[in-house]
Design a binder for this molecule. Structure first.
Ligand SMILES: Nc1ncnc2c1ncn2[C@@H]1O[C@H](COP(=O)(O)OP(=O)(O)OP(=O)(O)O)[C@@H](O)[C@H]1O
Ligand SMILES: O=C(O)[C@@H](CO)OP(=O)(O)O
Length: 311
């Protein structure tokens, strides 16, 4: 009863803990189920008002979940009501490992952090960081391509022919290879620990990651792209205004970055990985959530999960 003396908020009780009711926490559960953030907070505020109206001082998590579910149904949010419950089972039973790939500048970092916030996943790891770790363990003499960027790695190839059509992609592939060891190591660790993570970056090329990871239901691959070269360039310009990433470097190498973008998209299509045009942040996040939720829906059905069990 520790909170009763320090807050006048409604206390939510669970088997082994209790906490003051949080509109923000409930709103995040609702946005994970696909409700728009603007609607989710208003809906959570309505739930709090109902609880206050019933002069409740304490409520079990189970009963709160029931109230939310039936309130969603009565407000014509049937689809979200079902996903709201499914997600509670998913995050309780499975680690969620999402890999967000895409060429430099298409928005993998931005979307990964948005997704993590909506799903309540606290760990987001950029493949650039993994690259730095691999650079500490593999010498430049052994893999010089690793010490380049994805779009300049071709310069480190031995005896390259500038007229070779896929020279840039050859360099990109050699640059990516050592980083994959770190990516797969993180996936293994999360699967062992049962923890969730989002890994994002240009080194996530579906066809280069071992097949076994594609067969694991809670390892989900997503690829972002930008078909418009103009929009892609503008992303670098926008970022340069708020970060130290050198604009000229990306614009000078844009043709190669665009080649890499096309290569990653082609590889993703060949490996049945969803490719999402990252034009609007909210639409992209919504589409990613749909893909992830549907993947887990299938998993849940295969495991014989029944909605009734959760309410
Ligand atoms: N859907 C979007 N709409 C508008 N701006 C976006 C969108 N997604 C990302 N951005 C912006 O585009 C720029 C590049 O995004 P971000 O840094 O996430 O790209 P990235 O793919 O992680 O790049 P890199 O691989 O080089 O780190 C940032 O300024 C980001 O705020
Ligand atoms: O190599 C790259 O494409 C980018 C993003 O991973 O990294 P940087 O430009 O910072 O080397």
């Amino acid at each position: 009863m520790i909170f009763d003396k320090i807050t006048d908020k409604i206390i939510v009780t669970a088997k082994d803990y209790e906490m003051p009711f949080s509109k923000g926490l409930l709103a995040r559960s609702l946005t994970t189920a696909g409700m728009k953030p603007s609607e989710a907070y208003i809906f959570a505020r309505g739930i709090e008002a109902d609880l206050n109206h019933d002069s409740l001082k304490r409520i079990s998590k189970y009963e709160l979940r029931q109230r939310v579910y039936y309130s969603l149904i009565s407000n014509d949010y049937e689809d979200i009501a079902e996903k709201y419950l499914i997600w509670r089972r998913i995050l309780k039973k499975h680690s969620v490992i999402i890999l967000v790939g895409g060429a430099s500048g298409v928005g993998t970092s931005t979307i990964a952090f948005e997704l993590a916030s909506r799903l309540g996943i606290s760990s987001v790891i950029g493949t650039d960081s993994i690259r730095e770790v691999m650079r500490r363990s593999i010498s430049k003499d052994v893999v010089p391509m690793l010490y380049e960027s994805s779009y300049t790695a071709w310069r480190a190839l031995r005896n390259y022919d500038e007229d070779d059509d896929d020279l840039y992609i050859q360099g990109f592939i050699r640059h990516v290879e050592p980083v994959l060891l770190g990516i797969e190591g993180i996936i293994d660790r999360c699967l062992t620990e049962g923890t969730s993570v989002i890994i994002e970056g240009t080194h996530i090329v579906p066809g280069m990651i071992s097949d076994k990871y594609h067969d694991i239901p809670n390892v989900i691959f997503l690829t972002l792209t930008l078909s418009s070269e103009n929009v892609h360039k503008k992303r670098f310009i926008a970022r340069a205004k708020v970060s130290d990433r050198p604009l000229e470097r990306y614009l000078e190498n844009f043709e190669i970055i665009n080649n890499i973008n096309k290569y990653i998209v082609k590889d993703s299509n060949a490996h049945i990985v969803p490719v999402i045009e990252n034009v609007s942040i909210s639409d992209t996040v919504q589409e990613c959530l749909e893909i992830v939720t549907n993947k887990f829906n299938t998993l849940d059905e295969e495991e014989g999960g029944e909605i009734e069990e959760l309410i």
